[in-house]
Design a binder for this molecule. Structure first.
Ligand SMILES: Nc1ncnc2c1ncn2[C@@H]1O[C@H](COP(=O)(O)OP(=O)(O)OP(=O)(O)O)[C@@H](O)[C@H]1O
Ligand SMILES: [Mg+2]
Length: 241
């Protein structure tokens, strides 16, 4: 569905992506892992057009996304969450989500319609009780869930999640895992960046491992975790033997 081909990204002297190549299949949950600073968030930023690529191509169903501005890429059906949540601080939770529904919807629908949609997504995510609050009144878990509800309100075909589970307690992680499965069951393709291995193994159909700006390997979660090159990245080369 989404094809990332030999993508490079330089930030001044930092060569953040060094020939990243990855194919994402329709309807799958793909876990994207790798050490801090290996380029996971940058890869998401390349897909959504947050920053221009230095070189390479990204195709959605064969159509080039690279070069399009972020709002055009969003309209192709790609939504994301941010590692650090970015709600509009002065708007209620409901308005925050309604705005995203409005962006993903048709121009002719009235604002009441978007609030109705927003209420649906808040309920889907278990955040209805907070509809009237402003983001500053939410705890970390609720801010992460709001981030997710905003992305869902745009009705994406591809959803990119950047560490939505970090900082959650075990019970909250279980709830989040169930939520991500329900999103996929609607037909949404999901790429999720995560350091929490339990969530990666439980959720992923396939796991892609990045290291130093490139995708080292992609495959079945159990196989990938046993790959000596992956073990070496996480535990150091001496442990491989
Ligand atoms: N906007 C930017 N300007 C300059 N350098 C950047 C920018 N974004 C990322 N980088 C650099 O690119 C490299 C990859 O960063 P990135 O945030 O993609 O890593 P990551 O895999 O998401 O790490 P983490 O697991 O810690 O979130 C790092 O060296 C980072 O400092
Ligand atoms: Mg990151």
């Amino acid at each position: 569905m989404l094809s990332i081909r030999d993508v490079h990204k330089r930030f001044g002297g930092v060569h953040a992506l060094r020939g990243a190549t990855l194919d994402i299949r329709r309807g799958e949950i793909l876990g994207l892992i790798g050490p801090n600073g290996c380029g996971k968030t940058t890869l998401i930023n390349m897909i959504t057009g947050q920053f221009p690529l230095s070189s390479g191509t990204i195709l959605l169903e064969g159509q080039a996304l690279s070069g399009l501005p972020p709002y055009r890429i969003a309209r192709t059906g790609i939504a994301r969450t941010y590692q650090i949540p970015r709600p509009f601080a002065h708007m209620t939770v409901l308005r925050n989500v309604a705005l995203c529904a409005q962006f993903g919807g048709t121009d002719t629908a009235g604002s009441a319609r978007f609030e109705e949609e927003a209420r649906y997504w808040l309920s889907f995510c278990g955040l209805s009780a907070r509809a009237g609050n402003v983001p500053a009144e939410l705890n970390l878990r609720e801010r992460k869930v709001l981030e997710l509800a905003r992305a869902l309100a745009a009705r994406p075909r591809v959803l990119l999640l950047d560490e939505v589970m970090s900082g959650l307690n075990p019970a909250e992680v279980d709830t989040a895992i169930r939520l991500v499965r329900r999103i996929r069951d609607q037909g949404t393709t999901i790429v999720f960046v995560e350091h929490l291995m339990r969530a990666v193994v439980q959720l992923s159909d396939r796991v892609a491992v990045m290291n130093e700006g490139a995708v080292l390997t992609v495959g079945d979660p159990q196989d990938v975790m046993r790959d000596p090159r992956v073990v070496a990245i996480y535990f150091g080369h001496r442990h491989v033997a």
